[in-house]
Design a binder for this molecule. Sequence first.
Ligand SMILES: Nc1ncnc2c1ncn2[C@@H]1O[C@H](COP(=O)(O)OP(=O)(O)OP(=O)(O)O)[C@@H](O)[C@H]1O
Ligand SMILES: [Mg+2]
Length: 267
Amino acid sequence: MSATPPDRVRMTGISKRYGPIQTLAEVDLWLAPGEVLGLVGDNGAGKSTLSKVLSGAVVPDSGTIEIDGREVRFASPADARAAHVEMVYQDLSLCDTVDVAGNIFLGREPVKSLGGVRLLDKRRMHDEAKAMLEKLGIVIADTRLKVENLSGGQRQSIAIGRAASFDPKVLIMDEPTAALAVAEVEAVLDLIRTVSARGVSVILITHRLQDLFLVCDRIQVMYEGRNVAERHVADTNIEEVVNLIVGRKFAARSARHGAADIEGARP
Ligand SMILES: Nc1ncnc2c1ncn2[C@@H]1O[C@H](COP(=O)(O)OP(=O)(O)OP(=O)(O)O)[C@@H](O)[C@H]1O
Ligand SMILES: [Mg+2]
């Protein structure tokens, strides 16, 4: 009998409190290799915080994380990167005044030695950046363009391309399509399909629920820092997901309205 391979990611009982706010309360999340998980929930549900725990940017108060069956403890994003977990943040962390290739290689620029002097190997940097972008199907006319001159969609693609270049096993994208035009959204969704087809597990945080059904295998819904539901996309639809996201809120509201109606009906 062959042993089942461990999950790529298994987060168990993750809790995080900021002052009076229990931002995450015993949250679980798992992810298979090459799987695309849509992480959804209302504003403030804890999606970004949970993904920051997985990317090492937030240290949880309690809970455990396993990657490929081995427990890890991340004290910083560098720790997560070493375990091949990459995150593309809601506010893209690109350098506007640096060109495309420079952004992709920021902090690990290739160097060459010339007469004992170490110099930036610009040619190699641009060649490698170009090859990497082509492999991901990202169309940028010239890797010498400054990032500030790119469209929102191109900037998002560069941020994803940079993350993908670290050879991740897990790629977390927080609202990658929030500010994009329709065609640009399609390009980012294509990119998600490309990386997941290569075995990368993806967590996609989005408020664009229609996108979930185009790229995700599974959807996890959070509500006020807790897991509320999990569905395979094949077993659900937008209406159900909307209800799961806002369900309790509407249930509470209609209960209040119901009470008012009954009171109003009294003579
Ligand atoms: N560093 C922090 N200090 C204090 N409170 C925080 C901090 N980070 C997050 N929170 C709080 O935790 C809660 C969850 O925030 P989080 O950003 O994870 O939500 P989200 O689901 O990503 O929401 P959105 O969809 O609006 O991006 C919010 O109430 C937020 O104010
Ligand atoms: Mg968020």
